[in-house]
Design a protein around this ligand. Structure first.
Ligand code: X2X
Length: 337
C-alpha cells in the first residue's frame, strides 16, 4: 500500500482519537506530580494513597499522573520538607510537630494529653483549630495544607529495657523522638534523654542501641516492625498526632481549576478513609503485637500530666502559641492546666 503522507496523518489522527479510550498507547499525562511520605507501604496511608492516585488519574482522564513515593524513597522527613518547600516535590504528608520547625504554630495539635478522644480530635482539627493552623501554614510558607488532616493516632511509648508505668521510669531514658522542638521539650520535661532522629533511621537506631526507646501509635509500631527491636509497650496515649497533607502552592496553582478540584476532592476523601483504617488498626493491634512477644502495660495519664505541669510545659507552650490560639485549643479540650 502506497503510504502517502496524507493517509499516514489520517491513520495517526484516528489512532490518537482512539488512544484516550483504547489501550493502544499510554497517553502521556499533561501533569506529572510527586507525593512523598515516610511510612511503610503496608500502612493505611499508602493503601489509601495508591487508591487516591488511581482515582485522580481516572477522574482527570489521564491528564494527571499522581505519583506516590512511600517509605522515605525520596529521602527522610527533613529532606522531603525542603523538597516540598522548593517545589522539587509537589505533595508531602508530615506531622504537625515536625512541620513546627517551619511553622511553629502548627505544633498546637500535639499538646500532651490534650484530646481525651477522637470526638474532640476531629471537632478541633476539622473545626477552628485546624482552620487556624492551615491559615498559619499558608500565610508563612510556600505550602498549603488540604482541609482533612490524615491520622497517625495516639502515641504509645516503647522500650527495649523497661516498662514505662510512671514518669519516673523515663528519667535518663535514651528515647528517640521525631525532629521537632515540641517533642524535645516534652521529653526533657519528663527528664528523659531525648534524641531527635528521622523516622527513616528509627529501626536501625533501636537495633544498634543508639537509643533504647521510641514512641509511636500501634499502627506504625506494627507496620514498621518496631516490635522486632522493642520489648515493652506502655499505653501512655501521651499525644494525638496526625499528618497534614501538604502541597507546594506554585505546583498546585499550575493545575487548571477543574484538576485542582479533582485533586482536592480525592485527597480529602482518602484522608477520611485513612482515618477510619488507622483507628481500626490502632484499636486492634495489641493482641497481634502481644502474640509477637511485646509486653504491654497501661499507664495512668494523670502522673504524666502532673509532671508536665510541674515542669512548666503547659505554661511555656501556652505562652509560645499565644492566648488566642490556646483559647481555640481549649474550646475543644476544656481547660488544660
Ligand atoms: O516519625 C515518627 O515517629 C512518625 C512516623 O510518627 C511521624 O511521622 C511523626
Amino acid at each position: 500500500m502506497n503510504i502517502t503522507r496524507r493517509n499516514l496523518l489520517a491513520g495517526a489522527s484516528a489512532t490518537a482519537l482512539a488512544a484516550p479510550f483504547g489501550t493502544a498507547f499510554a497517553q502521556k499525562a499533561e501533569f506529572t506530580v510527586k507525593y512523598g511520605n515516610n511510612l511503610p507501604v503496608t500502612h493505611p496511608m499508602n493503601i489509601r494513597a495508591a487508591e487516591m492516585a488511581a482515582k485522580i488519574k481516572e477522574e482527570s482522564k489521564g491528564r494527571i499522573d499522581f505519583q506516590v513515593y512511600p517509605n522515605n524513597q525520596l529521602g527522610n522527613d527533613t529532606d522531603m520538607l525542603s523538597q516540598v518547600r522548593s517545589g522539587a516535590l509537589d505533595y508531602f504528608t508530615l506531622s504537625p510537630l515536625i512541620l513546627g520547625t517551619l511553622v511553629p504554630a502548627a505544633q498546637i495539635s500535639g499538646v500532651g494529653f490534650a484530646f481525651k478522644d477522637y470526638t474532640q480530635v476531629w471537632a478541633a482539627m476539622d473545626g477552628d483549630l485546624g482552620a487556624h493552623v492551615r491559615k498559619q501554614i499558608a500565610g508563612s510558607s510556600t505550602l498549603f495544607a488540604f482541609e482533612k488532616i490524615w491520622d497517625n493516632g495516639y502515641r504509645q511509648m516503647t522500650s527495649s529495657t523497661r516498662a514505662i508505668t510512671k514518669p519516673e521510669d523515663l528519667k535518663g531514658m535514651k528515647i528517640r523522638i521525631p525532629p521537632s522542638p515540641f517533642w524535645v521539650s516534652m521529653f526533657k520535661a519528663f527528664e528523659a534523654s531525648p534524641a531527635t532522629i528521622n523516622f527513616a533511621e528509627v529501626y536501625s537506631s533501636l537495633q544498634t542501641k543508639v537509643v533504647d526507646a521510641q514512641e509511636n501509635p500501634l499502627a506504625i509500631i506494627a507496620t514498621a516492625k518496631l516490635n522486632e527491636v522493642q520489648k515493652f509497650c506502655s499505653m501512655t496515649n501521651h499525644m494525638w498526632d496526625g499528618f497534614w497533607f501538604l502541597g507546594n502552592k506554585k505546583s498546585f496553582e499550575r493545575l487548571p481549576a477543574d484538576l485542582q478540584a479533582i485533586v482536592t476532592r480525592n485527597v480529602n476523601a482518602a484522608g477520611l478513609n485513612q482515618r477510619a483504617d488507622v483507628k481500626t488498626l490502632n484499636d486492634n493491634l495489641q493482641a497481634d503485637l502481644k502474640g509477637k512477644g511485646m509486653v504491654f502495660n497501661n499507664a495512668e495519664a494523670e502522673p504524666f500530666r502532673a509532671k508536665l505541669r510541674s515542669a512548666g510545659f503547659y505554661a511555656d507552650w501556652h505562652k509560645k502559641f499565644g492566648d488566642e490560639a490556646w483559647a481555640v485549643l481549649e474550646k475543644y479540650t476544656g481547660k488544660l492546666v
